[in-house]
Design a protein around this ligand. Sequence first.
Ligand code: C2E
Ligand code: CA
Ligand code: CA
Ligand code: CA
Length: 274
Amino acid sequence: TKGEGRNGYRFYEAEMDERIEARRALSTELRGALDRNEFLLYFQPIVTKEGRIRAFEALVRWNHPKRGFVSPADFIPLAEETGVIIPMGEWILQQACVIAAAWPSDISVAVNLSPIQFRHSDLVLLVNSALQESGLAASRLELEVTESVFLEATPAIKTALVKLRERGVRLSVDDFGTGYSSLSYLRRLAFDKIKIDQCFVRDLPHEQSGAAIVRAIIDLATSLKMTVIAEGVETEAQRRCLLSLGCHELQGYLFSRPVPAEEANVLASQQGLR
Ligand code: C2E
Ligand code: CA
Ligand code: CA
Ligand code: CA
């Protein structure tokens, strides 16, 4: 009836208000969190076909004094809306380079960039100073960007990508297959690697269509001389299937969860060339 509908609507409205209020509170705290040193980086290995660590992906964590660890899936979008992602992203890049500089020289670090950072900061300058201050070789830094960056690939963004490449930094497309861009376009923009999103990996090896998509991505990327990394690899069956499809590198809980910097240092020193 009409009355029930109205109650339902009011209930929905109250719930909305609560959620908006919670977001507002979180965004206020987010702004101070950087100054209070509440962010830290975790690192997840990216391994070769043989299982050797080739790189670590830096993944930010927010250690909130009351809430505990807040997921980046919850606070990164908020950081993007509020602009906090700019100073936060700068800190992440600097911190990741400093930590990686202590690893054996054949191990790289992959850092996630938000599309907002392309629009509202001088990324080239930022990357240059992070490399300089840490002493990390440019070839050991990989920048992961999502396909959404290309929806608005302005001349300024393209110029920034070219300059980063000229500096020797590697570029990866994150979450490949969930957005809109084509591989040939990415190749033209000089991307080195693509990361196949975990939604495609999840159903392997059972899902026929899933395997067909992954195979198509790997074949085309390989012919364009791009490296393919599969993320979200959780089972031995997935690993075997991905390798049989020709995937070059793997990442996922099967090998390691993201770990604190101290643990990554230990893993790096055990598995790097010395
Ligand atoms: P992403 O870049 O796609 O990162 C991969 C996510 O998958 C990470 O979640 C990682 O912990 C998780 N993962 C890794 N292996 C497995 C697996 O085998 N199974 C499953 N189910 N999940 C796995 P996390 O750390 O919660 O990060 C979520 C997202 O937040 C990231 O997705 C990225 O988009 C964003 N993010 C994280 N750190 C940063 C950062 O430093 N800067 C920016 N701009 N975004 C970040
Ligand atoms: Ca990533
Ligand atoms: Ca990803
Ligand atoms: Ca993702």
